[in-house]
Ligand binder design. Structure first.
Ligand code: HEM
Length: 81
């Protein structure tokens, strides 16, 4: 998305704790999902993707392949990847 900052994989990987913020990537998006962690309907499994890519996990849990889930994710977008 034009106008949003570009982040490297190294930068994303630094954000995997509540104090630094919890970031995840999906395709070329970077998301700060810190405030979503406790609300995740799938529980604590979401921590596995902290500081990295959602893609391998979402490939395993096809429940995420819906417009509603992508809309939730997009609310947290902070940058490009
Ligand atoms: C379920 C969102 C990351 C595992 C769900 C649901 C939503 C959601 C909305 C409910 C879907 C439905 O019942 O229709 C998200 C978002 C994520 C994320 C926005 C990232 C920001 C992850 C990750 C994992 C995961 C990384 C696994 C490592 C699951 C599982 C369920 C689930 C297992 C199903 C729970 C059940 O059986 O009801 N997620 N998720 N999610 N999520 Fe996630």
């Amino acid at each position: 998305i034009k106008g949003l900052p570009e982040y490297s994989q190294e930068e994303v990987a630094k954000h995997k704790t509540p104090d630094k913020g919890i970031w995840m990537t999906y395709k070329n998006g970077v998301y700060d999902v810190t405030s979503f962690m406790k609300a995740h309907p799938g529980g604590g499994k979401i921590w596995l993707a902290a500081g990295g890519s959602l893609e391998p996990f979402w490939a395993l849990y096809a429940v995420h392949k819906s417009d509603e889930v992508f809309e939730i994710l997009e609310e947290y977008r902070i940058g490009n990847y």
